[in-house]
Design a protein around this ligand. Sequence first.
Ligand SMILES: Cc1cc2nc3c(=O)[nH]c(=O)nc-3n(C[C@H](O)[C@H](O)[C@H](O)COP(=O)(O)OP(=O)(O)OC[C@H]3O[C@@H](n4cnc5c(N)ncnc54)[C@H](O)[C@@H]3O)c2cc1C
Length: 462
Amino acid sequence: MKSQIQSSPLILDRIPVLAETDILVVGAGSAGCAAALAAREGGQHRVILLERYGFPGGTSTQMLDTFYGFFTPGEDPRKVVGGIPDRVVDSLDAAKAVFLRPNTYGAGTGVNYNPERLKLVWDELLEKSGVRTLLHATLVAAESDPSGRLTGVVISTRQGFFRIRAKRFIDASGDADLCHLADIPYEKAGDIDPAQSMTTTFRMSNVDLAAYESAGGKKMLMQRMSAAMDSGSHPLPRKAGSLHPMNAAGCISTVAVRVADLDPTDFQQLGEAEREGRRQAFIYEQFLQDCVPGFEHSHIIGLSHHIGVRETRRVHGEYRLTRDDCMNVTRFDDRVLLCGAPIEDHRPAAGGGEETAWAYVPNGQAYDVPYRTLVPKGREEIWVAGRCFSATHDAHASCRSMAQTMAMGQAAGTAAALSLETGIVDIPTLQHRLRQQGALLETPSKKAHTGAADWKLNHFDI
Ligand SMILES: Cc1cc2nc3c(=O)[nH]c(=O)nc-3n(C[C@H](O)[C@H](O)[C@H](O)COP(=O)(O)OP(=O)(O)OC[C@H]3O[C@@H](n4cnc5c(N)ncnc54)[C@H](O)[C@@H]3O)c2cc1C
């Protein structure tokens, strides 16, 4: 169902115009924040960033604490993302709010951060660059001219509705809300392949991590989960689930809950998913207290602000990234970022039944992500960035880590600025600007250190 405001000019005329801007970014998640910062590079353009909640970061601050995708997985990690995403981690590093979490396989080396500090880091970076960030402002309708070109949006705030007019738009809402409202075609998760499940993450304090590790750590945890499921002692939703130490002593964060077969673009089903996620989180708490050494005196101290939604709408772009592109390491002349992350598919039916299916990019390589995956088909005034970019279910399951969503934002914001200046997006010019910002468009040939104090892994081996 779309907002009726969109199709009623009479109502639109009665809504006050809050602002006119050059570039409007919808959604202050990792993609949207990076897009807004990139669009402000050089300081030429007015940029507004819209966010429905009271803080920036989206999934990065609503529920997580580890950036994946900066490094390729495996024994020979290479850093494949740079530029604005580096500035974000540098700021966290300066606040001593970051450490590296070695994860040789899995998703690769993670950059663990304090998510509350990250909210402040995004605030400061956005403010310093001159982005006008509007919090507690929800996009509810899109305005187009008679040719179908997007010209503005309507937002809902506690003071009522406002219009914002813009010359260029970036949909970084995660769920492609702007594209949906503007009638831009997309595939919805679940239309073709089963949609990835949702997860309420939770954090626990007062964990004795030394006792946990000496009792066998992750291997022991898996065995105990399996035993609890088999005996029926604790009704866990599955036999797997991960936990890891946080940036605060004695605290852990989890990715364990699994809620499937509900549609998060339907608000009533999303509400049901939130309730189910909370219910499962406290089943895990009981299980951990009862069955896992080190957790006897621990408690949940926080649930994610929002249930974690891995995929919803994937916009049909000028190109759709495919599983073959990832697995064959296809090279594209219009590449704007790299990705070496495995396909990590949390759909219940995939390969391992109820468990997550993994497929690795061969030989620790990184594939190219083409610019055209950020351009909705046939459009010149709007880009997509982040988890609503143009990809099949499988390719999306690889290219959705936050280093990549930030890199997509960086590319989309730079492209939007370029198109305002020259009327077109010339690919060599776009790539030149991205390289100037520090983006990596070629896989470094040198191996990175692991476990070094410097978050960039002391750069690379000499
Ligand atoms: C449970 C879970 C675990 C994950 N684990 C990891 C991990 O450990 N490491 C990793 O790198 N990646 C992980 N990912 C993937 C990654 O976090 C996401 O793909 C990525 O954060 C998406 O970023 P985004 O900016 O595209 O979207 P989001 O982070 O979803 O940001 C979208 C923003 O838009 C706002 N918004 C939405 N609609 C509107 C509207 N109508 N009006 C105004 N604002 C709106 C939202 O509030 C939000 O702030 C995980 C994902 C999930 C769900």
